[in-house]
Design a protein around this ligand. Sequence first.
Ligand code: SF4
Ligand code: SF4
Length: 146
Amino acid sequence: MSIGVGKFTCLHCDSCCYFEREEQGPLVFSDEVKRLRRLAKERGVELTFREVKVNGVTMYRWVILGYCPFYDRGSKLCTIHAVKPLACKMYPLLFNPRTGEVVVSKDCPWVEEAVKNGGVSLSDFPEEAKALRRVVVRLSKGGLNN
Ligand code: SF4
Ligand code: SF4
């Protein structure tokens, strides 16, 4: 099966867990900040977040420069996969809360290849779309968890 025909499959290329600029960092909710801080403390790591308003909802830009501290370069896996923030769960889907637009990140090589092979649609990303829906619902509830 060629890329772009069928469901998205992560290639474990590492690029979405490596950040060159602050504004690339995941946008997370306050309960996610608490969870990430707790997990980081267990590993003796310090995390930085900057408060941002997204459509009137307080969110936090997780400032990561370089590899995410939860990324394991050996296995090329996220070590907090089950509890990673929604922003990571929905990637390569991206949501612009100001416009309501959903885009698929072309920085993801699976997406890049799929686009070359005929394009992508939301139905190619069933698991990621579930996370996206949770983000949209939470934003509509002022950031509260469901
Ligand atoms: S939490 Fe996991 S998926 Fe998210 S950036 Fe870090 S390593 Fe990558
Ligand atoms: S950029 Fe795409 S293929 Fe690479 S690790 Fe992230 S989701 Fe997987």
